[in-house]
Ligand binder design. Structure first.
Ligand code: ATP
Ligand code: SKM
Ligand code: MG
Length: 204
């Protein structure tokens, strides 16, 4: 790790990190990033995992690897219900391992079975971004099949409105500041986790 020490704790098999002035700490539960497409779950999740010295896992990427197909291809070929079943299976598998940062697909937290699984094995952290920020980040990408509509911005707005009450069920929320870089947002996520009991255990 660039900014701090990273050891592998032989007994626990989990990483111990110390970054900047913080004391060394061990991640006790997986951090599961939830929120809309474009909120930064993948980008921020990867940076956060690096800071914590734990594996980074992404349910969308794991589905694509297992299916040897892109998410857009799976949606087109097998339909959304099939994708949601694979998403639940993959998420359960990713959550069954040692503590990690797990980024989910934008719809994963909507399913009760996934919320239950996440609460059992980890803690959900909602990346709460506003419509403008989300739209700026997703508008030039073709990879999100749910936005392949005649009015993708309107679709994004409708999804945001419908999903926000469910994302609010996450125990942790980070308001995404569009002026913050991925690195700065990951640092803010780490500060939030450090302040919340039961997530990081001091090992000093
Ligand atoms: N804090 C940030 N600052 C600048 N760019 C960002 C930030 N967070 C994410 N991005 C960029 O926005 C785009 C979307 O981010 P990302 O793919 O991480 O979203 P996501 O929440 O994983 O979306 P999905 O649910 O579709 O997987 C990417 O190009 C990413 O690099
Ligand atoms: O918001 C959603 O429902 C989705 C978001 C992406 O991460 C992918 O999981 C897929 O495109 C569906
Ligand atoms: Mg993602």
């Amino acid at each position: 790790m660039r900014e701090g020490r990273r050891d592998q704790d032989a007994e626990q098999g989990t990483a111990v990190f110390s970054s900047g002035h913080a004391s060394p700490a061990r991640l006790l539960r997986s951090i599961v990033l939830v929120g809309m497409m474009g909120s930064g779950k993948t980008a921020v999740g990867r940076a956060l995992a690096q800071k914590l010295g734990v594996p980074f896992l992404d349910s969308d990427q794991a589905i694509e690897e297992a299916a040897q197909a892109s998410i857009a291809e799976i949606f087109a070929r097998d339909g959304e219900p099939f994708f949601r079943d694979r998403e639940a299976e993959v998420l359960a598998r990713l959550l069954s391992g040692p503590p990690a940062v797990v980024s989910t697909g934008g719809g994963a937290f909507l399913a009760e079975r996934n919320r239950r699984n996440i609460a059992e094995h980890g803690v959900a952290l909602w990346l709460d971004a506003d419509l403008e920020t989300l739209w700026e980040r997703v508008r030039h990408k073709e990879s999100r099949p749910l936005l392949r509509t005649p009015d993708p911005r309107g679709t994004l707005a409708a999804l945001l409105a419908a999903r926000t009450p469910i994302y609010r069920l996450a125990p942790l929320r980070l308001a995404v500041d569009p002026r913050s870089s991925v690195e700065q947002t990951a640092a803010r996520a780490l500060a939030l986790l450090t302040a919340h009991p039961g997530i990081l255990e001091s090992v000093s």
